[in-house]
Write a protein that binds this ligand. Structure first.
Ligand code: FMN
Length: 376
Protein backbone atom coordinates (compact mmCIF):
# COMPACT_ATOMS: atom_id res chain seq x y z
CA UNK A 1 0.00 0.00 0.00
CA UNK A 2 1.42 3.42 -0.85
CA UNK A 3 1.32 5.74 2.10
CA UNK A 4 1.57 9.48 2.39
CA UNK A 5 1.31 10.83 5.87
CA UNK A 6 -0.12 14.41 5.84
CA UNK A 7 2.80 15.54 7.98
CA UNK A 8 4.97 15.04 4.89
CA UNK A 9 2.35 16.62 2.60
CA UNK A 10 2.55 19.77 0.48
CA UNK A 11 1.04 22.18 3.00
CA UNK A 12 3.77 24.81 3.59
CA UNK A 13 2.87 25.60 7.22
CA UNK A 14 1.17 22.77 9.05
CA UNK A 15 -1.39 23.25 11.79
CA UNK A 16 -2.87 20.78 14.26
CA UNK A 17 -4.93 20.66 17.43
CA UNK A 18 -3.15 20.11 20.74
CA UNK A 19 -4.39 18.98 24.15
CA UNK A 20 -8.05 18.57 23.17
CA UNK A 21 -7.96 15.14 24.87
CA UNK A 22 -7.53 16.89 28.24
CA UNK A 23 -9.83 18.99 30.36
CA UNK A 24 -8.79 22.62 30.31
CA UNK A 25 -6.79 22.19 27.09
CA UNK A 26 -4.00 24.75 27.57
CA UNK A 27 -5.90 27.36 29.57
CA UNK A 28 -5.10 27.62 33.28
CA UNK A 29 -8.42 29.23 34.09
CA UNK A 30 -11.63 28.75 36.03
CA UNK A 31 -14.09 30.09 33.41
CA UNK A 32 -17.14 27.83 33.10
CA UNK A 33 -16.84 27.44 29.33
CA UNK A 34 -13.39 25.82 29.65
CA UNK A 35 -12.90 22.60 27.70
CA UNK A 36 -14.47 19.63 29.45
CA UNK A 37 -12.89 16.97 27.20
CA UNK A 38 -16.14 15.10 26.56
CA UNK A 39 -15.70 12.30 24.04
CA UNK A 40 -18.56 13.31 21.74
CA UNK A 41 -17.17 16.84 21.58
CA UNK A 42 -13.69 15.55 20.77
CA UNK A 43 -15.12 13.54 17.87
CA UNK A 44 -17.08 16.53 16.56
CA UNK A 45 -14.00 18.74 16.91
CA UNK A 46 -11.74 16.28 15.12
CA UNK A 47 -14.14 15.96 12.18
CA UNK A 48 -14.43 19.75 12.00
CA UNK A 49 -10.64 20.09 11.98
CA UNK A 50 -10.25 17.44 9.30
CA UNK A 51 -12.95 18.94 7.07
CA UNK A 52 -11.39 22.37 7.62
CA UNK A 53 -8.04 21.09 6.35
CA UNK A 54 -5.90 20.86 9.50
CA UNK A 55 -3.12 18.30 9.28
CA UNK A 56 -3.02 16.64 12.67
CA UNK A 57 -4.36 16.09 16.14
CA UNK A 58 -1.85 15.76 18.96
CA UNK A 59 -2.92 14.62 22.44
CA UNK A 60 -1.14 15.28 25.73
CA UNK A 61 -0.01 12.25 27.74
CA UNK A 62 -1.20 13.01 31.24
CA UNK A 63 -2.00 10.95 34.35
CA UNK A 64 -2.67 13.66 36.91
CA UNK A 65 -3.98 17.23 36.82
CA UNK A 66 -2.51 20.37 38.36
CA UNK A 67 -5.11 20.75 41.11
CA UNK A 68 -6.60 24.13 41.97
CA UNK A 69 -10.23 24.89 41.18
CA UNK A 70 -9.84 23.88 37.52
CA UNK A 71 -7.59 20.84 38.01
CA UNK A 72 -6.43 21.53 34.46
CA UNK A 73 -5.51 18.31 32.59
CA UNK A 74 -7.09 16.34 35.45
CA UNK A 75 -9.38 14.47 33.08
CA UNK A 76 -7.65 13.08 30.01
CA UNK A 77 -8.16 10.35 27.46
CA UNK A 78 -5.31 7.87 27.12
CA UNK A 79 -3.57 8.55 23.84
CA UNK A 80 -3.26 5.10 22.18
CA UNK A 81 -6.94 4.30 22.66
CA UNK A 82 -7.95 7.88 21.78
CA UNK A 83 -5.83 7.55 18.63
CA UNK A 84 -7.28 4.20 17.61
CA UNK A 85 -10.82 5.53 17.85
CA UNK A 86 -10.05 8.75 15.96
CA UNK A 87 -8.17 6.78 13.31
CA UNK A 88 -11.37 4.87 12.58
CA UNK A 89 -13.42 8.07 12.42
CA UNK A 90 -11.17 10.07 10.10
CA UNK A 91 -9.63 9.61 6.66
CA UNK A 92 -7.02 12.32 6.16
CA UNK A 93 -5.45 13.70 9.33
CA UNK A 94 -2.35 12.45 11.07
CA UNK A 95 -3.40 10.96 14.38
CA UNK A 96 -0.63 11.30 16.94
CA UNK A 97 -0.19 9.25 20.06
CA UNK A 98 1.92 10.72 22.85
CA UNK A 99 3.95 8.18 24.78
CA UNK A 100 5.72 8.57 28.12
CA UNK A 101 8.75 6.45 27.40
CA UNK A 102 9.34 5.51 31.06
CA UNK A 103 5.81 4.09 31.35
CA UNK A 104 5.23 2.10 28.17
CA UNK A 105 7.45 -0.83 27.24
CA UNK A 106 8.58 -0.68 23.58
CA UNK A 107 7.07 -4.10 22.86
CA UNK A 108 3.66 -2.77 23.87
CA UNK A 109 4.17 0.54 22.06
CA UNK A 110 5.31 -1.22 18.85
CA UNK A 111 2.13 -3.26 18.66
CA UNK A 112 -0.25 -0.48 19.67
CA UNK A 113 1.27 1.97 17.23
CA UNK A 114 1.21 -0.54 14.38
CA UNK A 115 -2.43 -1.30 15.22
CA UNK A 116 -3.36 2.37 14.82
CA UNK A 117 -1.25 2.61 11.67
CA UNK A 118 -3.32 -0.20 10.15
CA UNK A 119 -6.63 1.26 11.31
CA UNK A 120 -5.68 4.65 9.87
CA UNK A 121 -3.98 3.24 6.73
CA UNK A 122 -0.66 4.85 7.49
CA UNK A 123 -1.65 8.05 9.28
CA UNK A 124 -0.39 7.46 12.81
CA UNK A 125 2.32 9.65 14.34
CA UNK A 126 4.42 8.88 17.41
CA UNK A 127 5.16 11.74 19.82
CA UNK A 128 7.76 10.69 22.40
CA UNK A 129 7.91 12.50 25.72
CA UNK A 130 10.47 11.71 28.35
CA UNK A 131 8.29 13.33 31.01
CA UNK A 132 8.98 15.73 33.86
CA UNK A 133 6.52 15.18 36.69
CA UNK A 134 7.46 12.43 39.15
CA UNK A 135 3.94 12.75 40.67
CA UNK A 136 2.61 11.16 37.48
CA UNK A 137 5.15 8.36 37.48
CA UNK A 138 4.25 7.64 41.12
CA UNK A 139 0.90 6.32 39.84
CA UNK A 140 2.92 3.52 38.28
CA UNK A 141 5.44 3.10 41.07
CA UNK A 142 8.13 4.14 38.59
CA UNK A 143 11.02 6.40 39.56
CA UNK A 144 12.53 8.40 36.70
CA UNK A 145 16.08 9.68 36.98
CA UNK A 146 15.82 13.24 35.58
CA UNK A 147 19.47 13.15 34.54
CA UNK A 148 19.06 9.98 32.48
CA UNK A 149 15.63 10.65 30.89
CA UNK A 150 16.96 11.10 27.39
CA UNK A 151 19.35 8.14 27.67
CA UNK A 152 16.29 6.07 28.52
CA UNK A 153 14.38 7.64 25.64
CA UNK A 154 17.14 6.73 23.23
CA UNK A 155 17.21 3.12 24.34
CA UNK A 156 13.40 3.02 24.07
CA UNK A 157 13.56 4.30 20.50
CA UNK A 158 16.36 1.91 19.48
CA UNK A 159 14.43 -1.05 20.81
CA UNK A 160 11.29 0.09 18.99
CA UNK A 161 13.30 0.35 15.76
CA UNK A 162 14.72 -3.12 16.23
CA UNK A 163 11.22 -4.52 16.68
CA UNK A 164 10.16 -2.69 13.52
CA UNK A 165 13.04 -4.25 11.56
CA UNK A 166 10.88 -7.34 11.53
CA UNK A 167 13.86 -9.69 11.77
CA UNK A 168 14.14 -12.89 13.82
CA UNK A 169 13.29 -12.96 17.52
CA UNK A 170 15.92 -11.36 19.73
CA UNK A 171 16.78 -10.69 23.35
CA UNK A 172 17.43 -7.26 24.80
CA UNK A 173 19.28 -6.54 28.03
CA UNK A 174 19.67 -2.80 28.20
CA UNK A 175 20.08 -0.28 31.01
CA UNK A 176 16.36 0.45 31.08
CA UNK A 177 14.52 -2.29 29.17
CA UNK A 178 14.87 -6.00 28.73
CA UNK A 179 12.99 -8.83 27.06
CA UNK A 180 13.27 -12.28 25.52
CA UNK A 181 11.89 -13.71 22.24
CA UNK A 182 11.17 -10.18 21.10
CA UNK A 183 9.31 -9.52 17.88
CA UNK A 184 6.19 -7.72 16.73
CA UNK A 185 3.53 -8.50 14.14
CA UNK A 186 2.01 -6.71 12.28
CA UNK A 187 4.69 -4.25 11.32
CA UNK A 188 3.43 -0.71 10.72
CA UNK A 189 2.29 0.28 7.22
CA UNK A 190 4.64 3.29 7.26
CA UNK A 191 8.15 1.93 6.71
CA UNK A 192 10.61 1.77 8.27
CA UNK A 193 8.48 3.31 11.01
CA UNK A 194 5.59 5.72 11.55
CA UNK A 195 6.52 9.41 11.53
CA UNK A 196 7.99 10.58 14.81
CA UNK A 197 7.95 13.73 16.88
CA UNK A 198 9.44 14.48 20.27
CA UNK A 199 8.53 17.24 22.67
CA UNK A 200 10.92 19.27 24.77
CA UNK A 201 12.81 22.53 25.13
CA UNK A 202 16.26 21.69 26.56
CA UNK A 203 19.41 21.11 24.47
CA UNK A 204 19.18 17.45 25.55
CA UNK A 205 15.69 17.26 24.07
CA UNK A 206 17.07 18.66 20.81
CA UNK A 207 19.88 16.10 20.73
CA UNK A 208 17.30 13.38 21.33
CA UNK A 209 15.08 14.74 18.54
CA UNK A 210 18.07 14.90 16.19
CA UNK A 211 18.46 11.12 16.40
CA UNK A 212 14.89 9.97 16.77
CA UNK A 213 12.43 12.44 15.31
CA UNK A 214 11.11 13.87 12.08
CA UNK A 215 9.75 16.83 14.05
CA UNK A 216 10.71 18.65 17.24
CA UNK A 217 7.70 19.98 19.11
CA UNK A 218 8.92 22.79 21.28
CA UNK A 219 7.90 25.96 23.06
CA UNK A 220 8.96 29.20 21.42
CA UNK A 221 7.66 31.68 23.96
CA UNK A 222 9.46 34.66 22.33
CA UNK A 223 9.36 34.53 18.54
CA UNK A 224 12.65 36.42 18.29
CA UNK A 225 14.33 33.29 19.69
CA UNK A 226 12.93 31.05 16.96
CA UNK A 227 15.73 31.45 14.37
CA UNK A 228 18.52 30.51 16.79
CA UNK A 229 16.53 27.58 18.17
CA UNK A 230 15.78 26.33 14.68
CA UNK A 231 19.44 26.83 13.69
CA UNK A 232 20.61 24.78 16.69
CA UNK A 233 18.11 22.06 15.95
CA UNK A 234 19.06 21.84 12.28
CA UNK A 235 22.74 21.65 13.14
CA UNK A 236 22.17 18.85 15.69
CA UNK A 237 20.17 16.95 13.08
CA UNK A 238 22.76 17.73 10.39
CA UNK A 239 25.38 15.84 12.41
CA UNK A 240 23.30 12.73 11.77
CA UNK A 241 22.66 13.73 8.16
CA UNK A 242 19.01 14.23 8.94
CA UNK A 243 16.57 17.07 8.45
CA UNK A 244 13.96 17.90 11.04
CA UNK A 245 10.87 20.11 11.15
CA UNK A 246 10.40 22.46 14.10
CA UNK A 247 6.92 23.08 15.49
CA UNK A 248 5.72 25.27 18.32
CA UNK A 249 2.54 25.49 20.35
CA UNK A 250 0.10 28.36 20.51
CA UNK A 251 -3.12 29.32 22.21
CA UNK A 252 -5.61 31.14 19.97
CA UNK A 253 -8.09 33.84 20.98
CA UNK A 254 -9.53 35.15 17.73
CA UNK A 255 -12.56 37.42 17.61
CA UNK A 256 -14.15 39.85 15.11
CA UNK A 257 -12.26 42.73 16.72
CA UNK A 258 -8.90 43.00 18.46
CA UNK A 259 -10.56 44.67 21.45
CA UNK A 260 -12.95 41.77 21.96
CA UNK A 261 -10.13 39.22 21.73
CA UNK A 262 -7.81 41.13 24.08
CA UNK A 263 -10.55 41.58 26.65
CA UNK A 264 -11.44 37.92 26.61
CA UNK A 265 -7.77 36.90 26.91
CA UNK A 266 -7.41 39.21 29.94
CA UNK A 267 -10.64 37.89 31.44
CA UNK A 268 -9.91 34.19 31.25
CA UNK A 269 -6.15 34.24 31.71
CA UNK A 270 -5.71 37.04 34.26
CA UNK A 271 -8.96 37.76 36.09
CA UNK A 272 -9.99 34.10 36.17
CA UNK A 273 -6.50 32.54 36.21
CA UNK A 274 -6.25 29.42 38.34
CA UNK A 275 -3.27 30.52 40.41
CA UNK A 276 -3.18 27.36 42.52
CA UNK A 277 -2.89 25.18 39.43
CA UNK A 278 -0.09 27.38 38.10
CA UNK A 279 1.69 27.20 41.48
CA UNK A 280 1.57 23.40 41.31
CA UNK A 281 3.16 23.49 37.84
CA UNK A 282 5.85 25.91 39.02
CA UNK A 283 6.62 23.84 42.12
CA UNK A 284 6.92 20.60 40.15
CA UNK A 285 8.96 22.14 37.35
CA UNK A 286 11.10 24.10 39.79
CA UNK A 287 10.52 27.29 37.81
CA UNK A 288 8.91 30.63 38.46
CA UNK A 289 7.16 32.02 35.42
CA UNK A 290 8.58 35.51 34.78
CA UNK A 291 6.01 37.96 36.05
CA UNK A 292 7.08 40.76 33.76
CA UNK A 293 5.59 38.73 30.95
CA UNK A 294 2.73 37.33 32.97
CA UNK A 295 0.21 40.00 33.91
CA UNK A 296 1.62 42.67 36.19
CA UNK A 297 1.25 45.98 34.42
CA UNK A 298 -0.14 44.35 31.30
CA UNK A 299 -3.77 45.08 30.53
CA UNK A 300 -6.04 44.39 27.56
CA UNK A 301 -5.28 47.80 26.11
CA UNK A 302 -1.48 47.69 26.14
CA UNK A 303 -0.55 44.02 25.72
CA UNK A 304 2.32 43.54 23.31
CA UNK A 305 2.52 40.58 20.88
CA UNK A 306 3.73 37.51 22.74
CA UNK A 307 2.94 38.84 26.23
CA UNK A 308 1.05 36.39 28.36
CA UNK A 309 -1.00 36.42 31.55
CA UNK A 310 -0.90 34.34 34.70
CA UNK A 311 -3.28 31.71 33.33
CA UNK A 312 -1.56 31.31 29.94
CA UNK A 313 -0.11 27.82 29.64
CA UNK A 314 3.68 28.11 29.97
CA UNK A 315 5.31 28.08 26.55
CA UNK A 316 2.10 28.39 24.52
CA UNK A 317 2.44 31.44 22.28
CA UNK A 318 -0.69 33.63 22.56
CA UNK A 319 -2.23 34.38 19.16
CA UNK A 320 -4.75 37.00 20.19
CA UNK A 321 -6.68 39.49 18.10
CA UNK A 322 -8.83 39.96 15.05
CA UNK A 323 -8.26 37.54 12.14
CA UNK A 324 -5.74 39.92 10.54
CA UNK A 325 -3.70 40.07 13.77
CA UNK A 326 -3.67 36.32 14.24
CA UNK A 327 -2.83 35.66 10.59
CA UNK A 328 -0.01 38.23 10.68
CA UNK A 329 1.69 36.49 13.59
CA UNK A 330 1.34 33.05 12.01
CA UNK A 331 2.86 34.36 8.78
CA UNK A 332 5.70 35.78 10.87
CA UNK A 333 6.24 32.34 12.48
CA UNK A 334 6.55 30.87 9.01
CA UNK A 335 8.98 33.61 7.94
CA UNK A 336 11.12 32.85 10.97
CA UNK A 337 11.50 29.27 9.77
CA UNK A 338 8.98 27.34 11.85
CA UNK A 339 7.41 24.46 9.94
CA UNK A 340 4.15 24.38 11.78
CA UNK A 341 2.34 24.84 15.06
CA UNK A 342 -0.41 23.53 17.25
CA UNK A 343 -3.46 25.48 18.26
CA UNK A 344 -5.60 25.30 21.39
CA UNK A 345 -8.65 27.26 22.56
CA UNK A 346 -10.50 27.82 25.82
CA UNK A 347 -13.43 26.03 24.21
CA UNK A 348 -12.21 24.27 21.07
CA UNK A 349 -15.61 23.54 19.60
CA UNK A 350 -16.97 27.06 20.05
CA UNK A 351 -13.84 28.75 18.72
CA UNK A 352 -12.33 26.54 16.00
CA UNK A 353 -14.98 27.37 13.34
CA UNK A 354 -14.11 31.09 13.36
CA UNK A 355 -10.38 30.27 13.11
CA UNK A 356 -11.05 28.04 10.10
CA UNK A 357 -13.36 30.54 8.40
CA UNK A 358 -11.48 33.75 9.11
CA UNK A 359 -7.79 32.95 9.64
CA UNK A 360 -7.05 30.11 7.21
CA UNK A 361 -8.16 32.09 4.09
CA UNK A 362 -5.74 34.87 5.08
CA UNK A 363 -2.93 32.32 5.33
CA UNK A 364 -3.90 31.04 1.89
CA UNK A 365 -3.71 34.54 0.41
CA UNK A 366 -0.26 34.87 1.99
CA UNK A 367 0.74 31.58 0.34
CA UNK A 368 1.62 29.73 3.53
CA UNK A 369 -1.41 27.45 3.32
CA UNK A 370 -2.94 25.73 0.32
CA UNK A 371 -6.75 25.74 0.13
CA UNK A 372 -8.21 22.39 1.19
CA UNK A 373 -9.21 21.35 -2.33
CA UNK A 374 -5.73 22.15 -3.70
CA UNK A 375 -3.80 19.70 -1.56
CA UNK A 376 -2.58 16.90 -3.83
C1 FMN B 1 5.43 21.28 23.22
C2 FMN B 1 5.61 20.31 24.34
C3 FMN B 1 4.69 19.29 24.56
C4 FMN B 1 4.84 18.40 25.62
N1 FMN B 1 3.92 17.43 25.83
C5 FMN B 1 4.02 16.64 26.93
C6 FMN B 1 3.05 15.65 27.23
O1 FMN B 1 2.12 15.43 26.46
N2 FMN B 1 3.18 14.96 28.39
C7 FMN B 1 4.23 15.15 29.24
O2 FMN B 1 4.30 14.52 30.29
N3 FMN B 1 5.20 16.03 28.95
C8 FMN B 1 5.10 16.78 27.83
N4 FMN B 1 6.07 17.70 27.57
C9 FMN B 1 7.20 17.80 28.48
C10 FMN B 1 8.44 17.15 27.90
O3 FMN B 1 8.28 15.77 27.79
C11 FMN B 1 9.65 17.40 28.80
O4 FMN B 1 9.55 16.61 29.94
C12 FMN B 1 9.75 18.80 29.26
O5 FMN B 1 9.76 19.65 28.14
C13 FMN B 1 11.02 19.01 30.10
O6 FMN B 1 12.11 18.48 29.47
P1 FMN B 1 13.18 19.38 28.73
O7 FMN B 1 13.71 20.29 29.80
O8 FMN B 1 14.19 18.43 28.25
O9 FMN B 1 12.48 20.10 27.68
C14 FMN B 1 5.94 18.55 26.48
C15 FMN B 1 6.87 19.57 26.25
C16 FMN B 1 6.71 20.44 25.20
C17 FMN B 1 7.73 21.51 24.99
Amino acid sequence: MSVSNPMFGEQPFKIGLFSANCSGGLAVTTVPEQWAAEWDEIVELTCLAEDGGLEFILPVAKWKGYGGESDILGRSYETFTHGAALAALTTKMTIFVTVHVPLVHPTYAAKSLATIDHISRGRVGLNMVCGWNQDEFDLFGVAVDPDRRYEQGLEWYRLLMKLYDGGPEFSWNGDFYSGQHMHTNPLPIQRPRPITMSAGVSPQSQEFAAVTSDFLFTAVAALKNAPSLIGDMKSYAGKFERDIGVYTMSHVVCRETRKEAEEYFYFFAEECADRDALSYYEAKKGVKMANADRGGSVSPTNRLPGQVYTGSYPGAYPLVGAPDDVAREIIHMHELGLDGMTIAFVNYLDELPFFLEAVLPRLEVAGIRLPVGKIP
